[in-house]
Design a protein around this ligand. Sequence first.
Ligand SMILES: [Zn+2]
Ligand SMILES: [Zn+2]
Length: 202
Amino acid sequence: MTATDVLTGQLDLLTLLELESRPTAPLHFTVGHYHTDELDEAYAYRAKSEGILGVSNWSRQWNEWRTGRNVAAGSPHRTFTYGADLRCHEHWRNPNCQCLGGLLCRVYCHDCDWWSGIHDSENRAVEDMLSHCWPGWQELPLVTATMKANGGYKYKIPEDYPADWQYPGAPVRTLREPMGSRHVPGRSPWGGYDIGVINNTK
Ligand SMILES: [Zn+2]
Ligand SMILES: [Zn+2]
């Protein structure tokens, strides 16, 4: 429904027809095992009836963070990141807000049909997924990456880097500076996660 629809009080026929079939996932927060398609459908359903601001701010429904897509071609573990905002209405305005809600997220592996645990940190959710889909990731040798002048990153992969971790979708662990610790999807030399490891030696 567009803003104009709200103002004029009109819903077009197509919208009404689409609203008739209820989605299978609930129109509120859930910890149930739903497929991402079902969550997307439920989110779109509510967005249609309440508008995108209503669904994104107050619905508490899981929705995909496009910035978390990790879907390299040929990867055996293509993953998606979903977030649910449980914070109260006052959260941004009131520094004394004491609500227990947080901004939660979890990662779904399409190929394993598996959800990570629910975390209030994107990195923790990604690490859950890595432990499930890429066991042994914590033992990968740390490498360094430098930003290229024309954008993108150049990774220094040593000669003796494990060969069985060099295929589509494989993650890499890179040494980072504080503040730059986000695990970045799709950025490893093989199109998997670039896992940030903070450099504590400085
Ligand atoms: Zn997987
Ligand atoms: Zn709050």
